[in-house]
Design a protein around this ligand. Structure first.
Ligand SMILES: Cc1cc2nc3c(=O)[nH]c(=O)nc-3n(C[C@H](O)[C@H](O)[C@H](O)COP(=O)(O)OP(=O)(O)OC[C@H]3O[C@@H](n4cnc5c(N)ncnc54)[C@H](O)[C@@H]3O)c2cc1C
Length: 591
């Protein structure tokens, strides 16, 4: 194989794998992910900032534009409801069902062709479900404090805390709509054929014996579950239940473009029917719930709140599209809110956690982010590799070339058991293939590794010299010196250079040797919404509750800030679900 041919193949694999990695890791294999055009994003943000300096600093919402003027002549239909829900993702479905169960007349507008979701991880703290696995004794306050710390205390503790105490009940309510959901005893239990279309696993059950989260510098709480093969059947069952058992009417293919305010209260909205461009005017006697998701596909808003994401060329991976073929997460809720003087939180949190390099077509990174040695292209070690995925991503983004190489050796099968049970970490060695439940990304086998090597996604060599020759674009002499130093630290049992715990400091001296390239990960969503509280209220710029207006899901602000913490797998889904439920109940009761 010529050098050129090899490097072309490798780039192709890495490029494809990077997209697929996110896709499969989040249950999206088979969907075609939309990626934002980084160049467009770059020029868009520069265009908006060049003349006026940093627009965010002035407070001017340069991305907002004028609120549409919708004339009554454009209104073809008027509908009356108690509660109007804008958006039919996880939060919107929960809101609609919760409000409907209170006897309310509910109208739901959704710009896609039906309910939307992705992936299926949920954090569930304590409660009946977790008790099945003996995982119901967590100290919710400790978890909440950790979340607050990870978000630099820029979020509201009351929001996190209420969810942590009551989210488990609402998760039971959610899965209760899917009566034939199969619940596994362990992460890799066999699943009977009748359960294969919709089943639930406890993640990290059983935990690796060596893992004690109470002693970890970066604990990951083993209190998450996953709906597989995706949560779509459960979400759809909830919507069906809402529509069939209560007065909930969905309008699919309708774009809400404007909220209606009367005497300072939100009393409805205008929605455009994509089929003919006409408008529906919906009045809400009790409340309007915004459940419109995030804004990561709107490069003007992204460049305004998270310029570093644009500057670092981070690509987005978001699969859902509206009936006009555009991504659904375009920040409509931020605009709708801002036009009626709703405040927007500061310090937004892009969700960009690394899941490992050299992903296969189904998206699984070869060794995930297991804390093996990483070297940059200069052959230098640059980090304590034993950190969660968001932190791995942050460290790689700091590199000049934004690329590192994760390197391990033939002793990996014994070493994985000492890795942390963390999001995207390889921490189990297992050659088995449980029926209908074959893949789970924390589990690694020789078969998977051999496939990665055969497909050119992973380097393999009998000596370190050969390994670095194969990689090619790494300073070989410096890399060899770095490995020698790393081995010295491993033998001494103390990482004097970067402080990695000795139990995960493994000398590289057992051939064969392996390596994968680690490049920046994909952004999934960008979390930053309307100023809110534990009742899902929306606040004005003056700091007052806007009567009649509620927010849930990614449009609800003050839940995540600065970065997305990955110590609680599935916390984003879980909070979207919980506050959708809260918003639905509160809107009906006009809390
Ligand atoms: C690939 C991927 C994998 C993920 N995996 C996980 C995971 O494992 N765990 C986790 O916790 N989180 C995960 N997330 C994040 C998680 O999916 C979201 O945070 C969560 O689903 C948000 O739910 P939501 O209801 O707020 O928004 P959405 O699900 O985005 O729903 C919003 C809905 O509102 C509609 N809408 C928007 N504007 C309008 C309008 N003007 N008029 C009418 N309708 C409108 C949209 O079409 C959309 O259907 C992942 C995200 C991605 C992209």
């Amino acid at each position: 194989m010529s050098e050129n041919k090899f490097s072309l193949d490798r780039r192709q694999f890495l490029g494809f794998g990077a997209v697929a990695a996110g896709a499969a890791a989040f249950g999206l294999a088979g969907c075609s992910p939309k990626t934002s055009d980084a160049k467009a994003a770059d020029s868009s943000s520069k265009g908006s900032t060049s003349s006026a300096g940093n627009p965010a600093a002035s407070g001017e919402l340069t991305w907002l534009g004028a609120e549409p003027a919708i004339a009554d002549a454009d209104v073809k239909e008027t509908v009356e409801a108690d509660v109007v829900v804008v958006g039919c993702g996880l939060a919107g479905v929960a809101a609609a069902r919760a409000a409907g169960e209170e006897g309310a007349q509910v109208v739901v507008f959704e710009k896609a062709e039906g309910p939307q979701c992705r992936s299926g991880e949920f954090a569930v703290i304590n409660g009946d479900l977790e008790a099945r696995w003996g995982r119901d004794t967590f100290d919710a306050d400790q978890i909440v404090d950790h979340h607050m710390d990870e978000c630099s205390y820029k979020t509201k503790r009351s929001i996190m805390s209420k969810w942590a105490r009551h989210g488990a009940e609402v998760f039971n309510w959610y899965i209760g709509a899917k009566e034939d959901l199969y619940i596994c005893d362990a992460t890799r239990s066999e699943v009977p054929d009748e359960g294969a279309a919709s089943y639930l696993i406890p993640i990290f059950q059983p935990l690796p014996e060596a893992y004690d989260w109470t002693k970890e510098e970066h604990p990951v709480y083993p209190t998450s579950v996953e709906l597989l093969p995706s949560q779509a059947p459960v979400l759809e069952a909830n919507m069906e239940k809402a529509v069939s058992e209560s007065d909930v009417t969905p309008f699919y293919g309708y774009f809400v473009e404007k909220l209606i305010m009367e005497d300072g209260r939100c009393t409805g909205c205008y929605a455009r029917n994509a089929k003919d461009g006409s408008y529906v005017k919906a009045t809400a006697k009790k409340g309007v719930i915004l459940a419109t998701g995030d804004y990561a596909s709107n490069t003007d808003i992204l460049g305004y709140y998270c310029p570093e994401v644009v500057e670092n060329g981070i690509q987005e991976m978001f699969p859902n599209v509206d009936v006009e073929g555009n991504p659904t997460n375009t920040g409509d809720g931020l605009k709708l809110g801002a036009w009626v003087d709703a405040a927007i939180q500061q310090h937004h949190a892009p969700m960009i956690h690394h899941m490992g390099g050299g992903a296969d077509i189904s998206g699984e990174g070869v060794m995930g982010i297991a804390g093996f040695l990483q070297l940059d292209k200069h052959g230098k070690r640059f980090m304590n590799e034993d950190v969660p995925g968001q932190q791995v991503e942050n460290q790689i983004e700091l590199l000049k070339d934004k690329t590192s190489y994760q390197i391990w050796d033939g002793a990996w099968k014994d070493e994985l058991q000492y890795m942390p049970a963390g999001h995207g970490v390889a921490c189990y060695y297992d050659e088995s293939l449980p029926k209908n439940n074959e893949t789970y990304r924390n589990y690694k086998s020789q078969a998977k590794l051999d496939a990665a090597v055969a497909e050119g996604r992973c380097f393999k060599a009998d000596t370190l010299e050969e390994l670095f020759d194969q990689i090619g674009d790494i300073d070989k002499e410096a890399a060899l010196a770095s490995v020698a130093r790393y081995n010295e630290l491993a033998h001494a049992g103390k990482d004097e250079d970067f402080g990695k715990v000795s139990s995960r400091l493994f000398a590289l001296e057992t051939p064969p040797y392996y390596a994968v390239a680690m490049e920046p990960a994909l952004m999934l969503v960008c979390l930053g919404g309307l100023a809110s509280d534990e009742d899902a209220h929306v606040y004005s710029n003056a700091g007052d509750v806007i009567p009649g207006l509620y927010a849930a899901g990614n449009i609800q602000g003050d839940r995540f800030a600065v970065q997305y913490p990955i110590s609680l797998k599935g916390v984003s889904h879980s909070m979207a679900l919980y506050y959708g439920y809260v918003a639905g109940k509160n809107a009906v009761q006009q809390v």
